[in-house]
Design a protein around this ligand. Structure first.
Ligand code: VGL
Ligand code: ZN
Length: 201
């Protein structure tokens, strides 16, 4: 068992991010057995779940003339547009069926406000509206975080960078994460994480 101040954060291991899903991340399902094994080692386990209402503003379908993976300017900054995915209550929003969700102490849902996306487990994409996760972790005495999940270059990256900025000791396990890698996003994410002091294991 890891030290009592060390939590595992499992990011968005949901059907829509796995092969066959609406926003499939290559090899997204391959990381499930390794994550299950790791969860058993941690005294604190938090899962996140991308959880969008139908018609979410991050969906390309809401922006006529814009294709998925194109970028638009939103009031809170630049936003990549995605295929419709992880719609609240839909099968695509469910966790991968083999993920051992019973190991989780907390499930954080994010991206549930139509007008703003939320990649990070800590802040929405304005980088200032909190999800509440920081308070949960601090009140449990957590100082160290290990992150795994989907996708390395978006939700894992944003969560890891925010956690490091908040002062947590942060590690991302590359082998238990998978990337979308659109338009150089993986390389950019690796740099952002390194700059923030995140350790890539
Ligand atoms: C994610 C794009 C849109 C992720 C979520 O989990 O990385 N990416 N929504
Ligand atoms: Zn999303």
């Amino acid at each position: 068992m890891r030290d009592p101040d060390h939590a595992l954060l499992v990011i968005d291991v949901q059907n829509d991010f796995c092969p066959g899903g609406a926003l499939a991340v290559p090899g997204g399902d391959q990381i499930v057995p390794g994550i299950n094994a790791l969860m058993a080692e941690f005294p604190a386990v938090v899962l996140t779940q991308d959880w969008h209402p139908a018609g979410h503003s991050s969906f390309a379908s809401e922006h006529p003339g814009h294709d998925p993976l194109s970028v638009i300017e939103m009031p809170y900054g630049m936003q990549v547009l995605w295929p419709d995915h992880c719609i609240q209550g839909s099968p695509g929003a469910e966790f991968h069926p083999d993920l051992d969700v019973d190991c989780a102490d907390l499930i954080v849902r994010k991206g549930f406000r139509r007008e703003i996306d939320s990649y990070s487990a800590f802040f929405e994409n304005d980088r200032e509206t909190p999800t509440g996760l920081e308070g949960y972790l601090r009140t449990r005495g957590i100082a160290r975080l290990t992150l795994v999940g989907l996708a390395t270059d978006f939700c894992v990256n944003y969560s890891a960078v925010d956690a490091a900025r908040l002062g947590f000791d942060v590690e991302v396990i590359d082998g238990l994460s998978r990337a979308i890698d659109a338009n150089g996003s993986l390389e950019e994410a690796r740099e952002a994480m390194a700059d923030a002091g995140v350790v890539l294991a």
